[in-house]
Ligand binder design. Sequence first.
Ligand code: ADP
Length: 226
Amino acid sequence: MILQAQDIVKTYAAADAVSTTVLRGASLCVEPEEFVAIVGPSGAGKSTLLHVLASLDVYDRGSIQALVHGSSYDYSAMNEAAFARYRLDNIGFVYQFHHLLPEFTAIENVMMPALIKGVSQREARRRASALIERVGLIERTDHMPTELSGGEQQRIAIARAVMNSPALLFADEPTGNLDSVNAGLVRDLLRDLQREHNLTCIIATHSSEIAQSATRIIRMVDGRCV
Ligand code: ADP
């Protein structure tokens, strides 16, 4: 396995004391280089589960373990510094709404994870440029995010997500905000990058096309994987 979650429970506490239990014992085990689609009705907990698996959000009960390139990670035993390092080295995340930094150009956005990791400007720029070319946007290299279409923004966000060669790539409804042509481009890109970079992909999606190109479909209902 590369990632295993057991009986994850997560409750959101609200200010008015009405709490919502979103994950109710969710378990899954993912093997290296799988392309897993997580499907299920809106509100089932897909997005929350992805954030928890990617260590972007906390959970209340259960256990999560990752085994990446021979190193094992037990989420319950890691502090914030360990998580920060773990995410930088191993995790890529693609959001429904790209989350590009608006004050930076396309290439600067893609370079960012490498710069944070301590890679030199020159090397980061070289790698980012190659990735931008790979996602078919070399002529958009120095554009600001607002100068890009929704599909282009998402392709730049995907380039950014794979910049540090993560073992695990998560995507939360990556085509949810796109028209069918751009959704097709993003879907093909994710599938092709998965193969080219030996990524393990875990994608929450309503898209039947993404689900069809997955190696496995996990259905979520009411906070559980069924
Ligand atoms: P899905 O991705 O399957 O649509 P989500 O994980 O986004 O499901 O949400 C599951 C449930 O958790 C929803 O009922 C949603 O309203 C609730 N929820 C999500 N985030 C929060 C939050 N920050 N505070 C309170 N409730 C939340």
